[in-house]
Structure formats: C-alpha cells, structure tokens
Write a protein that binds this ligand. Structure first.
Ligand SMILES: NC(=O)c1ccc[n+]([C@@H]2O[C@H](COP(=O)([O-])OP(=O)(O)OC[C@H]3O[C@@H](n4cnc5c(N)ncnc54)[C@H](OP(=O)(O)O)[C@@H]3O)[C@@H](O)[C@H]2O)c1
Length: 238
C-alpha cells in the first residue's frame, strides 16, 4: 500500500489504535492530520495536529483540513462496562455522544473535502459487542450498533460521491482504553483464553485492516462491517 500524496485525517490518533495507524500511514508516505485532545510524543515530526474535543465545538476542523481529503478515520471511543441496573441515562448519552455523534459531526465537517478528493474512504470503529451479546456491555453495545447503522446509511448516501464507508469491529485490544481489563497477568490470561485464537488484539492488528480499508486495494468495498476479534464474534470452540 502506498499513501504518497494522500491526505488522511485520524481523529483519536494520539493513542492506541489511532496512534498505531498514524505510524503505519507515515511509513507509507501519507500526509497525516490528527485531531485529539492531547498530542503524542510518539508522533513523527511532520504530523499536522489540531487540539480538539469531539464532544465540543468542531468549527475549527474545516480550516484545519486540506482542500482534498482522501481518508477519514474516527478512532475515538469508550469502554464503559456496568451491570444494566447501574447504567444511568448519562452513561448512555455519553457513550452515544463520543462514539456516534462525534463521528457524525466530524464527517459533516469533512464531507466537502472528501468530495474534493474525487475518491475517498471513511473508516469507523465498532466493537465485537455490537453483535455478540456480552454482560455489562448494554450502553457501549448500543452505541457501537448505532455506529454500524450510521456507517451503512452513509455508505449508501455517499456511494454516488465515490466516498466509501466501512467499519472494523475489534474485540479486546491492548490499548490504554482497555488498561483496566488487562491490568494483571491473571486478567490478561483470562481475556486471551476467551478468544478462540488464544490472544487479545494488538493495535497493529486493527490498524493494518484500517489502512487496507483506506487504500485503493479495497476500492470496491463499501458498507461493510468487518470483525477483527480473534474469532470471538463468530466461533464457539469450547
Ligand atoms: N481497545 C479495545 O479493546 C477496543 C475494543 C473494541 C473497540 N475499540 C474501539 O477502538 C477505537 C480506538 O480505541 P483505542 O483502544 O485505541 O483507545 P485509546 O487508546 O484510548 O485511544 C482513543 C483516542 O481517542 C482520543 N479521544 C478520546 N476522547 C476524545 C475526545 N472527547 N475528543 C477527541 N479525542 C478523543 C484519545 O486522545 P486524547 O485522550 O488525546 O483526546 C485517543 O487518541 C475506539 O472507537 C474504541 O471504542 C477498542
């Protein structure tokens, strides 16, 4: 894959999957634009950065973006796991705001630039929990199912504009967001065992798929939700 001359916006590119993607795209010569609340010391020097909270005012995104935008990745999310009877209205609204509204509002700001590119690709991130029932996931699963609904709807609406929209749906991946779930050797082992392939995901597992979906290699794919979950979402092995 070669991203030379391609302008890619990674929202949430300061950590975890987004950071891994930024490094990968940089090696493939992309021009990278990152929006997040904080900067990362791990970025290559020539990253364009906008400090931005996706739950706040997004007006500055338009001026930040180049005239032509070839790719947009929304790698912002939450893991808010609680028994159903402890979930508050604010929990549901917060997960929806971060995962769904944030993505929708960013895309609204960037549609013109995506159109200007002639051919463009958007990648959103769901979760294995959107389609595989798991205890304590009611709020995040509802929000991620909405991300998938948003994506297929936009894929249809944008197809004639040559803007593709696809989703990756990871299971537990070793990032700062998942820190509490992987904070001891016992937790890591139990989490690994729940996956048919016997391990949790690494950020690079997910960012490689995202890079493929951004690239021309996937130019006939749109409206897809692709599980990347060590088999957890589809297989029953014990
Ligand atoms: N890790 C997993 O196990 C897992 C599993 C399934 C799905 N996912 C999904 O994968 C995506 C990436 O997650 P990750 O694990 O890579 O998480 P992460 O390491 O916490 O990274 C999240 C990124 O989003 C940014 N961000 C968070 N809140 C923001 C806000 N309000 N405004 C702007 N930027 C914000 C963070 O940067 P700042 O803090 O600097 O703002 C960071 O760059 C998310 O959609 C998540 O739901 C992750």
């Amino acid at each position: 894959m070669n991203f030379q001359g391609k302008n890619i916006l990674v929202v949430g590119g300061s950590s975890g999957i987004g950071l891994s993607l930024v490094k990968m795209l940089h090696q493939q010569d992309a021009n990278i634009y990152v929006a997040s609340r904080s900067a990362s010391e791990d970025w290559p020097a020539d990253i364009q950065y906008l400090q931005c909270d996706v739950t706040g005012n997004l007006d500055r995104i338009v001026d930040f973006l180049p005239t032509e935008l070839h790719g947009l990745v929304y790698s912002v999310g939450s893991i808010n796991l609680k028994p159903f009877n402890r979930l508050t209205e604010d929990d549901f609204l917060n997960d929806y705001r971060i995962n769904v509204l944030g993505a929708a509002r960013i895309i609204q700001q960037a549609v013109k630039q995506l159109r200007n590119a002639g051919v463009a690709s958007i990648v959103l991130i769901s979760s294995v929990a959107a389609k595989t029932g798991m205890p304590y996931h009611a709020s995040i699963a509802a929000a991620k199912a909405a991300v998938e609904g948003l994506a297929v709807s936009l894929a249809a609406e944008f197809a004639a504009l040559q803007i593709r929209v696809n989703v990756v749906a990871p299971s537990l991946t070793d990032t700062p967001l998942a820190h509490n779930l992987l904070s001891s050797a016992e937790k890591r082992e139990a989490s690994a065992k729940r996956h048919p392939l016997g391990k949790v995901g690494q950020p690079e597992d997910i960012s490689k798929l995202i890079a493929f979906l951004l690239s021309e290699e996937s130019s006939w794919m749109t409206g897809q939700v692709i599980g990347i979950d060590g088999g957890l979402g589809k297989l029953k092995t014990n």
